[in-house]
Design a protein around this ligand. Structure first.
Ligand SMILES: Nc1ncnc2c1ncn2[C@@H]1O[C@H](COP(=O)(O)OP(=O)(O)OP(=O)(O)O)[C@@H](O)[C@H]1O
Ligand SMILES: [Mg+2]
Length: 402
């Protein structure tokens, strides 16, 4: 039997009482003058947290700051250290170094049952021999709360997740999505300060996943609970997060809102992992006078010169250029002819596969773009330039790493 949701919420239990109210920094970084941010307004702070397992460094001096009431996703490929990080927040693993703070108080070495956290595990296994009421009441009974209070809290939480009608049902009698909401209720009933969800939707089919993630977001906002949600599904992360921490090999590559992460991926890894990106070796230069319409620049790939409206940088040397498929513009005047290899109708847009000199490009274009042509003129709306795996940004408003 899998471990049940951690029982918690001992507000007397932090391991570092001196933490309360110090420093009071409000920056977005987890660090202030070398120490962790003890701002009580920070729902959760990880400061320089590290963990080695089986002789390998799995989490590498990780900093993360989650605002009170914020939903943050840890997004990254399998094995990058997401669950390990979550387990350190929940107290199931002790960091080798660094600090875990919740509401400005230190909890780095506090056991799970004395943390104000509750975790929904990757396989949310409910107790099959207990009905929904008993599954949700389990953690409260461990804490020996009065019967009437248990009943009141369980009923209130089941109403919150819309399951009142299944209060006497057994897990085998309810759907996967409903079981998921019971698992969520089992965590919420503990009234934690921080809710931890480890791939909570992985057992559900595609359609139900979308429905339940919207339910979770809605409930999370209604309760206003600080939440860390682990997933390797970018679609899931982009659609429910206030901010997303993209993890790679135990580090956070970028921490940003969905829009910034997608439009301005700071590293090649993030650009590749989040969404689709056409990558190729090329050179980006200022457009020669005349000849390229209103585009300010050109991207040169071998002998092909493509007008480009908004490059992140102009480079003297050839480098790695990234163009999102929706920034490959098809059918505009002044474009370079590309051969249409394939057209895939995708409902609200059409996907083109194009041969452009030495390049094969993917383009997403509006469904009203004329189809059935052998060649189409192509320009680039926006091109990102990467050097040594990092975004080169010369645009006004281009921000530094962070
Ligand atoms: N107890 C352990 N001993 C040795 N290695 C471990 C242990 N636990 C995890 N690891 C290793 O640490 C790495 C990160 O594991 P983790 O479970 O954090 O990954 P994850 O990002 O959650 O991946 P997934 O998306 O597959 O769940 C993996 O390579 C894993 O094999
Ligand atoms: Mg995991």
């Amino acid at each position: 039997m899998a471990e049940p949701t951690s029982a918690v919420s001992d507000r007397q239990g932090p391991d570092d009482r001196s933490a309360t109210g110090a420093a009071g920094a409000t920056g977005t970084s987890a660090t202030t003058a070398g120490g962790p941010d003890r701002d009580a307004d920070a729902g959760l702070v990880l400061h320089q947290v590290a963990k080695t397992l089986g002789g390998r460094l799995i989490v590498d001096n990780l900093d993360l700051r989650v605002r009170r009431g914020e939903l943050v996703c840890l997004l990254g490929p399998s094995g990058c250290g997401k669950t390990t990080t979550l387990r350190m927040i929940g107290g199931f693993l002790r960091p080798d170094a660094g600090q875990v703070l919740i509401g400005g108080r230190g909890y780095t070495t506090t056991p799970p049952e004395r943390r104000p956290t509750a975790m929904v595990f990757q396989n949310y296994a409910l107790w099959p021999h207990m009905n929904v009421f008993k599954n949700v009441a389990f953690g409260l009974r461990l804490r020996k709360l009065p019967k009437a209070e248990i009943a009141e809290r369980v009923e209130r939480t089941l109403a919150l997740v819309n399951l009142t009608h299944h209060i006497r049902s057994f897990p085998a009698q309810i759907s996967g999505g409903e079981q998921q909401r019971v698992a969520l209720a089992r965590a919420l009933v503990l009234e934690p300060e921080v809710l931890l969800l480890d791939e909570p939707l992985s057992n559900l089919d595609a359609k139900l996943r979308v429905k339940v993630r919207e339910d979770i977001k809605e409930i999370q906002q209604r309760v206003g609970i600080t939440t860390v949600f682990v997933t390797h599904d970018q679609d899931e992360a982009l659609s429910i997060s206030d901010r997303i921490a993209v993890m790679n090999a135990g580090r956070i590559e970028q921490y940003a809102g969905a829009h910034d992460l997608y439009r301005e991926p700071r590293t090649r890894f993030v650009a590749d992992f989040v969404g689709t990106m056409n990558f190729f070796e090329g050179q980006v230069r200022a457009a020669p006078a005349g000849g390229t319409g209103d585009a300010g620049a050109v991207v040169e790939v071998g002998d092909v010169v493509v007008p480009c409206h908004a490059p992140s940088a102009l480079a003297e040397q050839p480098g790695l250029v990234g163009v999102r498929p929706e920034d490959v513009r098809v059918g505009h005047p002044g474009g370079v002819p590309a051969r249409v290899v394939r057209e895939v109708p995708r409902g609200h847009f059409t996907e083109f596969v194009l041969d452009l000199g030495p390049l094969t490009l993917r383009a997403f274009v509006g469904a009203d773009t004329p189809v059935g042509q052998e060649t189409v003129p192509v320009t680039f709306g926006r091109a990102l330039v990467y050097a040594d795996g990092k975004l080169r940004s010369e645009l006004p408003g281009g921000r530094a790493e962070g």
